[in-house]
Design a protein. Structure first.
Length: 318
């Protein structure tokens, strides 16, 4: 059986991105799953590990218009969404689009801006539109947002509210590169700020290709036993003694979509329990809150979710 549209596009984007971004291939795969699955992505990590490079490479390989928003504590919602300004020639107010009006957005260091500005993203992430001065405007389609945030103990950070975290389909960290990868970075980058490979990166698809992949992924079959297993995994996060606040019902929707995307990228037309288990940490970890005892034991949310998913019995005989 030949590769599906989604699998082919994913392989091509991953190949192009890997030629530019040196680091975890699993992180690249998760970002592509978010892009093709129609889920926004949150990358939680320290500065300088390649978050901007990865986002830019994905946008260029996917043939999407790209906008980077560098957040600071003094930014206002209008700096992101756009605003009405007075045009003296036309003698009327004219709307000037903000940087969010692009198909692929890098919201860099999102947790460095105030909660007021963070909230400007809620409607955009949920509905693909923004409202300014009472008028609603659709954002370009497809719309894909990659948010990054610094560790919470960094200076000048504001915690992302739970409602916003819940709208990110996937969250993961890049981590430090291996010694071999770091050596390869030095080999490729002769001067800070220069990245010839990124400038030469070619688009391997276009917005219509992304839309076609998303339609294909939405049609991936999920059997009732697999769906019941998925719900059991989500509900188990609410019953674990290590979790104070479990995953929301919205998280089950995202987990099903992520499992569909993983199945499609592996060339299957149906979801297996292993797809659910594999995607659970990236989908659920940023949505749960660990108990005080778990935090004292320095337990990581992703490891907790991985353990919970592994303990839920998988359906057999599918």
């Amino acid at each position: 059986m030949g590769k599906s549209t989604a699998a082919t596009i994913a392989a091509n984007i991953e190949s192009e991105a890997a030629a530019v971004f040196v680091g975890s291939r699993e992180a690249v795969r998760l970002a592509v799953i978010g892009l093709l699955g129609g889920m926004h992505v949150l990358v939680e990590d320290i500065p300088g590990v390649g978050k901007t490079t990865l986002a830019t490479a994905l946008a260029r390989a996917a043939g999407l218009s790209f906008s980077r928003i560098q957040f600071t504590p003094d930014m206002l919602p209008g700096d992101v969404l756009g605003m009405n300004v007075w045009d003296s020639g036309a003698r009327e107010f004219v709307f000037r689009e903000g940087p969010i009006h692009a198909q692929c957005i890098l919201a860099d260091e999102l947790n460095r801006t105030s909660p007021r500005t963070q909230s400007a993203f809620l409607e955009a992430m949920q509905d693909g539109r923004v409202t300014v001065d009472g008028k609603t405007r659709d954002l370009p389609e497809p719309f894909f947002l990659i948010g990054t945030q610094n560790p919470s103990n960094f200076a000048g950070t504001f915690p992302l509210p739970e409602a916003e975290l819940d709208r990110f389909g996937l969250a993961f960290s890049l981590g430090y590169p291996s010694a071999e990868d770091e050596t390869e970075i030095l080999r490729r980058r002769t001067l800070p700020g220069e990245n010839p490979a990124l400038e030469n990166l070619k688009a391997v698809t276009d917005p219509e290709g992304i839309r076609a992949a998303r339609r294909e992924i939405a049609g991936i079959a999920v059997s009732e036993p697999v769906r019941e297993y998925l719900v059991a995994v989500v509900r188990a996060t609410r019953q674990s003694e290590n979790v104070r606040l479990g995953a929301s019902p919205r998280s089950a929707i995202f987990l099903q979509q992520a499992a569909r995307a993983r199945a499609a990228l592996e060339g299957r037309s149906f979801v297996m329990p292993e797809d659910v288990e594999a995607m659970a940490p990236a989908v659920l970890a940023h949505r749960i809150q660990l108990s005080s005892q778990a935090r004292l034991e320095k337990m990581e949310s992703a490891k907790c979710v991985r353990s919970i998913a592994a303990d839920v019995p998988k359906p057999t005989g599918l």
